[in-house]
Design a protein around this ligand. Sequence first.
Ligand SMILES: NC(=O)C1=CN([C@@H]2O[C@H](COP(=O)(O)OP(=O)(O)OC[C@H]3O[C@@H](n4cnc5c(N)ncnc54)[C@H](O)[C@@H]3O)[C@@H](O)[C@H]2O)C=CC1
Ligand SMILES: CC(=O)C(=O)O
Ligand SMILES: [Mg+2]
Length: 517
Amino acid sequence: MGRLPDAVLSLEEQARRAYEQLHREPDDLAKNVYLEQLHDRNEVLYYRLLTDHLSELLPIVYDPTVGEAIKRYSHEYRRPRGVYLSMDRLEDVRPSFEALGLGPDDVDLLVVTDAEEILGIGDWGVNGVQISVGKLAVYTAAAGFHPGRCIPVVLDVGTDNEDLLNDPLYLGARHSRVRGEQYNEFVITYLETVSTLYPNALLHFEDFGPGNARRILETYGAHYRMFNDDMQGTGIITLAAAVSALKVTKRSFSDQRVVVFGAGTAGVGIADQMRQSMILDGLPEEEATRRVWLVDKQGLLLDSMRDLWDYQQIYARPTSETEGWVKSGPVDLLTTVRHVQPTILVGTSTARGAFTRDVVMEMAKHVDRPVIFPLSNPTERIEAMPADVLAWTDGRALCATGIPVGPVDLNGVRYEIGQANNALVYPGLGLGVVVSRAKQVTPRMLRAAAEAVAGQVQPGNGEGPLLPPVDNLRASSARIALAVVQAAVEDAIGAAPDDPVQAVQDAMWQPVYTRMD
Ligand SMILES: NC(=O)C1=CN([C@@H]2O[C@H](COP(=O)(O)OP(=O)(O)OC[C@H]3O[C@@H](n4cnc5c(N)ncnc54)[C@H](O)[C@@H]3O)[C@@H](O)[C@H]2O)C=CC1
Ligand SMILES: CC(=O)C(=O)O
Ligand SMILES: [Mg+2]
């Protein structure tokens, strides 16, 4: 008694006050820290704010500010959030989850990272837990996942980041990154534990290094309900943006030549989706593979190179094809563009500014409407800004970016830039998996999600965005979820609810206080 002021505020009034407080924070990182503290103090209020101001606050709790928050995590740390699993204590994996007190039907989703390749900023050890937290915030705000039914997880396998290892405040295991058998044992222990304790949950993998990301998905994807966001989520959101771009150019996938710059987890995931779409459009497999060119640090990937990852090899070009392209040394991006004359250029390289004026103008010489997607995150890694790309091409380019970018005004025309970030698709995809209780995430479900995204935009002559706006993410996620439920039923791995539209709505949690009578 006597310990509270007299007034009783509604959730809306509290949200107004929190919004005012947020706006007094001096910069985006401070806003992120403020919101995380609110998240700890009052989860419903946090989500009310996030849901009501999604397009404004998504860049604060998620991409690009989350990158800064991850770098600063051990210094800004206030309270733990999530499950921290250490490679040095395998025996603690199961008890760590059991201690949450959640039963087999209480969990819909786990997001896990080992933080080897966080966004485009590399290895951030245990700090990477914030990418799991950020991805889950998007799941809840964008698709109504109940926050009490989701678990963020970090696999702390050590770090090779010298700054962290030598930072007295670093919160993770203070040794180099463990690989090989011991790493595999850790991952399988995680998979077995969570799939036994929470048999209906979707297992989302985020920001693993390129070798592990693909190997884990390929080895275990058929046995667990799992999804790799960087490979599959990025692949399908980029595919959706490409489908929209082709509505403008009025061409089909079978006419495309695709150059992907940065042939890692995201880049090859995108290449795979593009290739698959060409095959569906009627190209023979071999021909579809030949329509994709990968360029990485060593230049255009060639079959004579001995240092290629196994997943890059199918796209390696015959060395003979490039005869006469260069006097000596690697075939760089500009030379590749000059000879290949791509219709679509994708950037997943983390190399800021790599899509130079020369590269873009060379591409625009050969195609009327160059499709250019600089997808690297965060802002300091983007290959080119759409304002430059549009100016260099006199408004002919069709752009989408990984980070949120405002509209570009050029010669009296306003161009809206779609955000080709997997956040625009994974929440709806996940909701569809949960509603259908699908046992796996199949190619048909992925493609259904991409088509559901692309079906929501009318890009006009290219001035409209290639992807739906973030403001409308809840409605967009519901549409994606419906399409995914349908695809799961067609694949006979999920159940059809009597009324799928209502089932999707019912599954979406709303940030409101529950009555306590
Ligand atoms: N928009 C979106 O939804 C997503 C964007 N990304 C972004 O894509 C980028 C790559 O992410 P991941 O594929 O997960 O990383 P990754 O490490 O698996 O792949 C990066 C690739 O780029 C290559 N690379 C690095 N510097 C290069 C240079 N100067 N020239 C050519 N190639 C270079 C690396 O060798 C590697 O093969 C990051 O910036 C990430 O934020 C990743 C996932 C989703
Ligand atoms: C968006 C995302 O998943 C990434 O940049 O890694
Ligand atoms: Mg990622």
